[in-house]
Design a protein around this ligand. Structure first.
Ligand code: RUB
Length: 298
């Protein structure tokens, strides 16, 4: 598939979810390298992919890393030993993919018998955590917010139900009521971006759920690979939030429609962040960035 086709599939959400976006974009660049693309051609392909969706930092992080590898190999070996570069890129992609089961193994330990879990959107990471908890023999229930306007909650409810997990779909506006009346014990969400100060961007509605969870004294657990930590900005509030086509919400003659796709949950509302490297408080996001990206405020 061409770079343009992958970018189009990311923009149209045929390929969606921050981790899958990162894997798809890296694989598209891998194909370009196999086809013999030069560094300027890779940079052009990267620009096309990077522009596909603005709010998931996993996309620029993955692209920039593949570009960095290509530039590094080009410098040490002009004309490029493609086999060495391709081995590095394949290794990066398999690390991205491996981060999912690794994280699931860690996150599943947080799920206890009798838990009632609420989630929003369709995070492959949250799904894997819950499947692993089920495989560990834990007996728990899930409520899945339907996630208007694109109904990703339907995917979540279907995938969890197929995995034998007791799952109930609710409308987004039933989140508070469900937490109050159905004994919800934990809220698990994915992430598109984690900022250095611990703020998290995820599907629109996540911050509302977080407010309710805090009000009810529940832990909000963010499940996210470190590829979603942003080296670009300190504060979540500074990030460009993707606004999508109003038609996704509806089409009512003469009525204006606003359709933001993501929101920012401030770190005060986050109990912990589960990564493939372990569990951290949101305040430790800066240290992850420093270790993984050599990021520094100095
Ligand atoms: C997806 C979304 C997911 C995160 C994490 O939004 O907000 O919670 O991307 O997903 P969209 P994952 O449907 O608009 O892409 O854990 O799979 O990376």
């Amino acid at each position: 598939m061409s770079v343009e086709e992958i970018a189009q599939k990311i923009a149209s959400m045929e390929i969606r979810g921050a981790l899958r976006i990162a894997v798809a974009a890296s694989s598209a660049l891998e194909e370009e390298i196999i086809d013999g693309a030069s560094i300027p051609e890779l940079i052009k392909a990267s620009d096309i992919l990077r522009d596909a969706r603005p709010s998931a930092v996993s996309l620029p992080n993955a692209i920039n890393y593949v570009l960095y590898l290509a530039q590094k190999h080009e410098e040490s070996d002009p004309g490029m030993a493609r086999s060495l570069l391709l081995a590095d890129v394949a290794n990066f992609i398999s690390k991205l993919e491996d981060s999912l089961p690794k994280l699931a193994g860690i996150g599943a330990n947080l799920i206890a018998d009798g838990d009632v879990i609420l989630t929003i959107c369709n995070s492959s990471t949250v799904i894997e955590v819950l499947k692993q908890a089920k495989a560990n023999g834990k007996d728990f229930k899930v409520f899945a917010c339907e996630t208007r306007p694109r109904w990703q909650g339907h995917l979540t409810a279907t995938q969890l139900t197929k995995a034998g997990i007791d799952t109930t779909l609710i409308v987004d506006s039933a989140a508070h009521y469900t937490i109050q009346h159905k004994g919800v014990t934990k809220v698990l969400v994915g992430a598109d971006t984690v900022y250095a100060n611990g703020d998290v961007i995820n599907k629109i509605g996540t911050s509302q759920v977080a407010l309710v969870a805090k009000h009810m004294g529940l832990d909000l657990i963010v499940c996210t690979q470190t590829i979603k930590f942003s080296p670009f900005s300190v504060l979540g509030s500074l990030v460009q939030i993707e606004e999508r086509d109003p038609e996704e919400v509806g089409n009512i003659e003469g009525v204006k429609i606003f359709n933001p796709a993501f929101d920012v949950t401030s770190k005060e509302y986050i109990g912990m962040i589960v990564t493939e490297d372990g569990i951290i408080p949101p305040e430790a996001a800066y240290h992850v960035l420093k270790e993984k990206f050599g990021w520094s405020m100095e």
